[in-house]
Design a protein around this ligand. Structure first.
Ligand code: GLC
Length: 413
């Protein structure tokens, strides 16, 4: 049996083992619920061998959509005491117990990719999802824009929990009254690979604030000190708007709001251009200052259909600086930490989003990045993330999204 076949089998097994019936957990223990963008990856992985299950994953995700259009970052379908903060701490107000924030909106773009594999039979399912996906875009456009760029209201919303991008905004929070709580994540994996207590106090303080305000976006806009326009959200939403326009046009559905949304987001993306850094960056919407971070999210520009020669040069530099790219933070920065989550490690999922964008825009690094990601996973396994200096697997293992990246992208040559 070739190596590729056994890798493929292992990747499928991971998805099947993490399947909890209609939704897939990221990994046993550490993440026992349905996470939003993880689910989009799971769906794409399933689409390689069980197309019905792929659609079902997305349908289950949208079953948790709130009446205001928001699709939560976690759906707590069944209680699990091994995770903190759980549904009571969040106090989500949707049809399924949930968190009160969202995550990068990649599911609509992935639905389009799945439809490409299931044109005839998938059409009805895509049609049913379409208005829900459109409502999610509307929620972002109504509540989360700052000069056209998309803001997060909690570090977890960008999916890059402890990225250095948020450091100065986190420092402005005084987590007074957060109270005692017991973290569960550090019971599952090495604390050195996880966010610190300093970070966690602020994460929980922000959750308590949202819960107290009933997750009312208008009140959060006034009272939440944390509001950052971020490349993850801005680039993924821009791509989603483009994909929905393509789907809607082809199926004769209402696309009337999308051209304006796309123009707004394109202009918004340019407000993330940091001329001193010569890179897309995160921008604190409260202070209108840049974070000064070359992150893996900076390189999602191609995924959003935006190419810049400066970004190609940045990517060349970063790929040379890390043995196993793309690191989540610039290895030449003093804040780089090779093992700590989003402060340095390489994430296969981000590599795929970056690589898909590069390949679609015929950028030469796309192929190299796919090869590097295939080598990383085949050598070091289906880890949550990897040390970019030596490839060491880190965080959780048998990870759904890393398996999905193998099936849908890295393992396909
Ligand atoms: C972590 C990651 C986030 C992911 C979640 C589940 O919180 O930072 O991006 O969705 O784990 O895998």
């Amino acid at each position: 049996m070739t190596q590729q076949t056994s890798m493929e089998r292992e990747a499928r097994n991971i998805l099947v083992q993490n399947d909890r019936g209609g939704y897939t957990i990221p990994t046993e223990g550490l993440y026992p619920y349905q996470w939003n963008w993880d689910s989009a990856f799971a769906a794409l992985g399933f689409a390689e061998f069980d197309i019905d299950r792929a659609w079902q994953e997305l349908e289950t995700l949208f079953s948790g959509q709130w009446s205001n259009g928001m699709v939560p970052h976690i759906l707590f379908h069944k209680p699990d005491p091994g995770y903190y903060p759980g549904p009571d701490v969040w106090g989500g107000t949707g049809p399924v117990p949930s968190s009160g924030i969202s995550q990068p909106p990649i599911a609509p773009s992935f639905a389009r990719m799945i439809w490409a594999k299931d044109r005839a039979a998938g059409e009805a399912r895509l049609r049913a999802l379409y208005p829900k996906m459109l409502a999610w875009v509307r929620w972002f456009m109504d509540w989360r824009l700052d000069r056209g760029a998309v803001c997060i209201t909690h570090p977890w919303e960008a999916g890059r929990d402890n990225a250095p991008d948020w450091d100065s905004a986190m420092a402005m929070i005084d987590p007074q009254g957060v109270g005692d709580y017991t973290r569960r994540d550090t019971g599952h994996v090495n604390p050195e690979m996880r966010p610190t207590k300093y970070d966690y106090d602020r994460y929980i303080w922000l959750v308590q604030l949202g819960n107290r305000l009933g997750w009312n976006e208008a009140r959060l806009l006034e009272e939440n000190p944390f509001r950052i326009a971020d490349p993850t959200m801005t680039f993924t939403l821009l791509r989603t708007a483009r994909d929905l326009l393509a789907i809607g046009t082809e199926l004769g559905l209402d696309t009337s709001s999308l051209p304006d949304d796309i123009a707004t987001l394109e202009a918004g993306a340019e407000t993330l251009w940091n001329p001193d850094l010569r890179c897309y960056d995160s921008r604190n919407a409260k202070t209108d200052t840049f974070a000064g971070c070359v992150s893996n999210a900076s390189f999602l520009c191609w995924y959003a259909g935006i190419a810049r020669p400066e970004m190609s040069a940045q990517l060349d530099r970063i790929m040379d600086a890390a043995a196993y790219p793309v690191p989540s933070h610039d290895p030449t920065s003093p804040k780089f930490d090779a093992k700590r989550y989003w402060r340095g490690p390489t994430w296969a999922v981000m590599n795929m989003l970056i690589g898909v964008g590069l390949e679609e825009m015929n950028q030469s690094q796309g192929h190299a990045l796919r090869d590097a990601t295939a080598q990383l996973i085949s050598t070091f396994g289906f880890a949550e993330y990897f040390d970019p200096t030596n490839g060491d697997p880190a965080g959780g293992n048998s990870f759904t999204w890393t398996a999905a990246v193998w099936l849908a992208w890295a393992g396909r040559h």
